[in-house]
Design a protein around this ligand. Sequence first.
Ligand SMILES: [Zn+2]
Length: 126
Amino acid sequence: MHELSIIHSIIETVEATVAEQDAVVEVERVLLQIGDLAGVEVENLEFLWPAAVQGTVLQQAECAVERVEARAVCLDCNGNFALKNYFDACPVCGSFWKEVKTGEELKIKSIELCVQPADAVATATN
Ligand SMILES: [Zn+2]
Protein backbone atom coordinates (compact mmCIF):
# COMPACT_ATOMS: atom_id res chain seq x y z
CA MET A 1 0.00 0.00 0.00
CA HIS A 2 3.07 2.19 -0.49
CA GLU A 3 1.51 3.78 -3.59
CA LEU A 4 -1.61 4.73 -1.62
CA SER A 5 0.41 6.77 0.87
CA ILE A 6 2.13 8.49 -2.08
CA ILE A 7 -1.26 9.44 -3.53
CA HIS A 8 -2.35 10.79 -0.13
CA SER A 9 0.70 13.02 0.10
CA ILE A 10 0.05 14.24 -3.48
CA ILE A 11 -3.53 15.11 -2.49
CA GLU A 12 -2.26 17.06 0.54
CA THR A 13 0.21 19.03 -1.57
CA VAL A 14 -2.36 19.84 -4.26
CA GLU A 15 -4.99 20.81 -1.67
CA ALA A 16 -2.50 23.24 -0.11
CA THR A 17 -1.80 24.73 -3.56
CA VAL A 18 -5.49 25.11 -4.33
CA ALA A 19 -6.10 26.74 -0.93
CA GLU A 20 -3.47 29.40 -1.74
CA GLN A 21 -5.36 30.59 -4.82
CA ASP A 22 -7.46 33.75 -4.64
CA ALA A 23 -9.95 32.50 -7.19
CA VAL A 24 -12.05 29.37 -7.24
CA VAL A 25 -10.03 26.83 -9.15
CA GLU A 26 -10.36 23.32 -10.37
CA VAL A 27 -7.43 20.99 -10.81
CA GLU A 28 -7.26 19.87 -14.43
CA ARG A 29 -4.12 17.82 -14.46
CA VAL A 30 -1.32 16.71 -12.21
CA LEU A 31 1.98 15.70 -13.77
CA LEU A 32 4.09 13.39 -11.66
CA GLN A 33 7.72 12.65 -12.28
CA ILE A 34 8.67 9.15 -11.20
CA GLY A 35 12.13 7.71 -11.64
CA ASP A 36 12.69 4.05 -12.41
CA LEU A 37 14.61 3.69 -9.15
CA ALA A 38 12.01 5.48 -7.02
CA GLY A 39 10.51 2.19 -5.92
CA VAL A 40 7.05 3.10 -7.15
CA GLU A 41 4.83 0.68 -9.03
CA VAL A 42 3.27 3.13 -11.49
CA GLU A 43 0.64 0.60 -12.60
CA ASN A 44 -0.39 0.16 -8.99
CA LEU A 45 -0.51 3.91 -8.44
CA GLU A 46 -2.71 4.41 -11.51
CA PHE A 47 -4.94 1.55 -10.39
CA LEU A 48 -5.42 3.03 -6.90
CA TRP A 49 -5.77 6.63 -8.10
CA PRO A 50 -9.52 6.85 -9.04
CA ALA A 51 -10.76 5.54 -5.68
CA ALA A 52 -8.15 7.42 -3.65
CA VAL A 53 -9.02 10.85 -5.09
CA GLN A 54 -12.80 10.48 -4.67
CA GLY A 55 -14.14 13.51 -2.81
CA THR A 56 -10.84 15.41 -3.01
CA VAL A 57 -9.66 18.31 -5.18
CA LEU A 58 -8.21 15.73 -7.54
CA GLN A 59 -11.47 13.95 -8.24
CA GLN A 60 -11.79 15.41 -11.75
CA ALA A 61 -8.10 15.75 -12.46
CA GLU A 62 -6.11 13.78 -14.93
CA CYS A 63 -3.10 12.02 -13.48
CA ALA A 64 -0.17 12.01 -15.89
CA VAL A 65 3.07 10.23 -15.14
CA GLU A 66 6.42 11.09 -16.64
CA ARG A 67 8.91 8.26 -16.18
CA VAL A 68 12.56 9.12 -15.70
CA GLU A 69 15.10 6.62 -16.94
CA ALA A 70 17.76 5.65 -14.44
CA ARG A 71 21.28 6.63 -15.45
CA ALA A 72 24.56 6.49 -13.61
CA VAL A 73 28.17 7.47 -14.13
CA CYS A 74 30.77 4.79 -13.46
CA LEU A 75 33.35 5.95 -10.92
CA ASP A 76 36.00 3.69 -12.42
CA CYS A 77 35.78 4.28 -16.17
CA ASN A 78 33.60 7.42 -16.20
CA GLY A 79 31.15 5.72 -18.53
CA ASN A 80 27.57 6.95 -18.53
CA PHE A 81 25.07 4.12 -18.60
CA ALA A 82 21.42 3.21 -18.06
CA LEU A 83 20.54 0.91 -15.19
CA LYS A 84 17.48 -1.02 -14.13
CA ASN A 85 18.45 -1.67 -10.52
CA TYR A 86 20.66 0.00 -7.94
CA PHE A 87 23.06 -2.94 -7.92
CA ASP A 88 23.62 -3.06 -11.70
CA ALA A 89 27.28 -3.05 -12.70
CA CYS A 90 28.87 -0.81 -15.30
CA PRO A 91 28.37 -2.51 -18.69
CA VAL A 92 31.79 -1.37 -19.89
CA CYS A 93 34.17 -2.30 -17.05
CA GLY A 94 31.94 -4.29 -14.70
CA SER A 95 32.50 -1.96 -11.75
CA PHE A 96 29.83 -1.56 -9.07
CA TRP A 97 31.12 1.87 -8.11
CA LYS A 98 28.87 4.45 -9.62
CA GLU A 99 27.03 7.64 -8.98
CA VAL A 100 23.32 7.56 -9.76
CA LYS A 101 22.44 10.70 -11.73
CA THR A 102 18.78 10.26 -12.56
CA GLY A 103 15.98 7.83 -11.79
CA GLU A 104 15.37 8.59 -8.10
CA GLU A 105 12.77 11.30 -8.80
CA LEU A 106 9.43 11.17 -7.06
CA LYS A 107 7.73 14.51 -7.25
CA ILE A 108 4.90 16.60 -8.61
CA LYS A 109 6.30 18.29 -11.69
CA SER A 110 3.31 20.48 -12.36
CA ILE A 111 -0.23 21.15 -11.25
CA GLU A 112 -2.56 22.62 -13.88
CA LEU A 113 -5.33 24.71 -12.45
CA CYS A 114 -8.37 26.07 -14.21
CA VAL A 115 -9.98 29.21 -12.83
CA GLN A 116 -13.73 28.97 -12.67
CA PRO A 117 -15.56 31.92 -14.28
CA ALA A 118 -17.67 33.85 -11.77
CA ASP A 119 -20.97 32.92 -13.44
CA ALA A 120 -20.02 29.25 -13.49
CA VAL A 121 -19.44 29.42 -9.75
CA ALA A 122 -22.82 31.13 -9.29
CA THR A 123 -24.49 28.37 -11.29
CA ALA A 124 -22.77 25.74 -9.22
CA THR A 125 -24.03 27.23 -5.95
CA ASN A 126 -27.52 27.71 -7.34
ZN1 LIG B 1 32.85 1.41 -15.77
